[in-house]
Design a protein around this ligand. Structure first.
Ligand SMILES: C[S@@+](CC[C@H](N)C(=O)[O-])C[C@H]1O[C@@H](n2cnc3c(N)ncnc32)[C@H](O)[C@@H]1O
Length: 200
């Protein structure tokens, strides 16, 4: 079983490696699918024609698969700290060929060029980030001017750390940030928070 990068992180790595990743993959592909469909509808509306989308903490990549089905014109990339999750995602995305890929990566050290993405999305990963404040400059760096960042998570996730760090660094302050509660399509949790920020 691949070791992944989680060995250096304290934040529940066992959940996302080995058996944990295989169980999560099954749950994501079936009971959680309405959640990804809901978020994919947002992304299908938000991403520009022919745009590039990054999913941070993609897990088994089911959200990207839902986006790929709706928007064949987009170039989709997933990253995950867990090598097992990235491998599961790559398997789930293989039917989309070159237009959807997954790889290992840490949100605090993104393996991409500056301004590489039009849209960044992240679902239910923020509350697992060891250093959310260190994620902010990286997310801002790879998001092109005018691009948007969408973070979905439980209301208790450290959204305030993201906002405060962005304010301190004067990044991701292009449009007023918006936090709204949205339905998940699931019985539990039936709502989650969606936070939208943009690069100036
Ligand atoms: C609860 S899962 C969510 C997966 C998927 N986005 C979803 O909505 O089902 C959280 C994921 O975030 C990943 N993760 C945690 N810390 C990360 C980091 N620093 N950088 C990238 N991914 C991270 C974990 O490995 C895990 O796959």
């Amino acid at each position: 079983m691949p070791a992944g990068n989680h060995g250096h992180h304290a934040n529940a790595p066992h959940l996302f490696e080995g058996w944990g990743s295989r169980i999560y993959d099954r749950v994501a592909r079936w009971p959680l699918r309405p959640l990804y469909a809901r978020i994919a509808e947002d992304m299908a509306d938000a991403a520009p024609d022919g745009g590039s989308v990054l999913d941070v903490g993609t897990g088994p990549g089911v959200l990207l698969a839902e986006i790929a089905r709706r928007r064949p014109d987009l170039s989709l990339t997933g990253i995950d700290l867990s090598a097992d999750m990235a491998a599961a995602a790559q398997g789930n995305l293989s039917r989309f060929g070159d237009r959807a890929r997954a790889r290992v990566g840490d949100v605090t050290d993104l393996p991409f060029a500056d301004d590489a993405f039009d849209t960044i999305v992240s679902s239910f990963s923020l509350h697992h980030w060891d250093h959310p404040e260190a994620a902010v400059p990286e997310l801002a760096r790879v998001l092109r001017p005018g691009g948007r960042l969408y973070i979905y998570d439980a209301r208790s996730a450290p959204f305030d750390t993201i906002v405060a760090t962005a304010r301190a660094l004067a990044v991701l302050d292009g449009r007023p940030a918006r936090r709204t509660l949205i339905g998940t399509g699931l019985p539990v949790p039936w709502r989650c928070a969606r936070h939208v920020m943009s690069a100036p």
